[in-house]
Design a protein around this ligand. Structure first.
Ligand SMILES: [Zn+2]
Length: 159
């Protein structure tokens, strides 16, 4: 996969500067399903994500902006129907916001770079964190370890 996306000028796997654009602009650059979840806090139907059972080694990025979110080695089978992880890549890759909607007390997780809605975090995950990041697969981009390595090598060659 490319580290840039057609029609999405903010998508980058190397630029870590915050993305602050209007919803109208997001609507123009994101596919409809990504926009619905990332910007309108939608939820994909459970068991529909191609990443739900994916066990390949690699990195999961924000589908809206390319921010690295999770490594495959922190992914686990939660049985909840959505891709689940017990730990984000770094403290700053995710933003936490209290969510009181639908009569529940939950913690919403958003992309640390573009504030896309990703899903929720629950305290019933496995060790070492005991957390379960329950993430909509639609807002994730997966890149296999080998390809990520190649991208890295290409980049360091250029620099
Ligand atoms: Zn993002």
């Amino acid at each position: 996969m490319d580290s840039t996306k057609k029609n999405n000028p903010v998508y980058s796997q190397s630029d870590t500067s915050k993305v602050e654009i209007t919803d109208a602009e997001w609507k123009k650059i994101l596919p409809e399903d990504v926009y619905y979840i990332a910007r309108q806090k939608g939820t994909e139907r459970p068991w529909t994500s191609k990443y739900e059972n994916l066990k390949e080694k690699g990195t999961y990025y924000c589908a809206a902006c390319g921010n690295a979110l999770f490594q495959s080695d922190t992914k686990f089978e939660s049985g909840c129907g959505w891709p689940s992880f017990y730990q984000p890549i770094s403290k700053t890759s995710i933003i936490y916001t209290p969510d009181h909607t639908h009569g529940m007390e939950r913690v919403e997780v958003q992309c640390g770079r573009c504030k896309a809605h990703l899903g929720h975090v629950f305290e019933d995950g496995p060790p070492p964190t005991g957390l379960r990041y329950c993430i909509n697969g639609v807002v994730l981009d997966f890149e296999k370890a080998k390809e990520a390595e190649k991208t890295y090598n290409d980049k360091s060659k250029k620099e």
